[in-house]
Design a protein around this ligand. Sequence first.
Ligand code: CTP
Length: 399
Amino acid sequence: MLNNKTIVLGITGSIAAYKAAEIASRLTQAGSKVNVIMTKEAIQFISPVTLRAVTGSPVVTEMFDLASEFSIEHISLAQAADIVVIAPATANIIAKLAAGIADDMLCCTVLATKAPVLIAPAMETNMYNNPATQDNLTRLEARGFEIIGPASGWLASGKEGVGRLADINDIIGSICQVLGRDGDLAGKHLVVTAGGTQEPIDPVRYISNRSSGKMGYALAEAARDRGAKVTLVTAHTSLSEPAGVDIMQAGTAQEMYQAVQGVAPHADALVMAAAVADYRPIKAAKDKIKKDKAELTLKLELTPDILGSVKGDFIKVGFAAESINLVENAREKLKQKGLDLIIANDITAGDSGFDTDTNRVTIIDREGKIESLPLMPKREVADKVLDRVAALLSKRSKR
Ligand code: CTP
């Protein structure tokens, strides 16, 4: 998503300006060309030399910089940009943009660009809550500016409150979301499930599986980056929540069943990447089970088959983790659960399936067509799956 994109990163005079170096570095590493514009206040907090070093591109700090490679800079930067990001954005820059003032390079660039503009405010709580700032943000939003954050937490004033620069992962996620908003899944609502459910045995123990949630999270991010509205129904994982995605927590198979039944029938597609426990203890013990017997028998019952039971006019995609008879077993599940697609993965290899960054999958459709893909990162697998979902959705809309 970020590869070969041109991003103008505006940095203004907030204590959080040092975090802009990390944002610039992450975007550059992801393949974007990052053109940094710093206000004169920003360079009190962080040196342009740092930004020059992490982006490998000239950093603009003045309105008329004769040594720079840009001709009329604000015009050329504004035209080249796929997105303008202001992070951190102070109350001052927000006020200037709301008023349409053009007295520095960053304001001029924002006025001159046709690209989307994403603002990440960072300031002291009272400044943020001040009606003047709130009005300015409302005006910018009404004009189509995107706003991410601020977050709450520790502030430079020594107090805790709202006003911290949004988490860097959330800022990068929002950039991807804005860049992809006209993608092939724009206007579609996808529900993705992820992670392994945990079925309680007693208050401290549970039955679960080795699912890391990485495949489901990659699908949710990839769908977001193609313009979809995404609901991620997630069991426990150690991954951070993707930005720009609606999150529903579902710890157990029963909770996931309820969440999916509630949301999927209104969606365009359901992709069940979660590893749902097939069995759960019939009754979880109220108190912690004591080690007072030589043997312990747990009585288990089947959990509801979520994918097999959810009804509605949406595309249904399942995953089949198999250790034997990959294609046959997956085909059988596709038929049994009434799916449009099933993604079969062979879990016998160490580099594919549970808790890995890569996956080797075979996509099987209703017509029996089989597409075997080589080993690839889960994000690339996600895009291959979504290519098929997008094709099915576009076929549907032509019906
Ligand atoms: N699934 C589900 N509800 C369950 C179990 C599985 O919705 N209670 C979904 C999974 O998310 C996956 C698909 O069904 O998309 C197939 O899951 P898998 O565990 O491979 O198959 P099962 O139907 O559980 O069959 P088995 O475990 O016997 O292979």
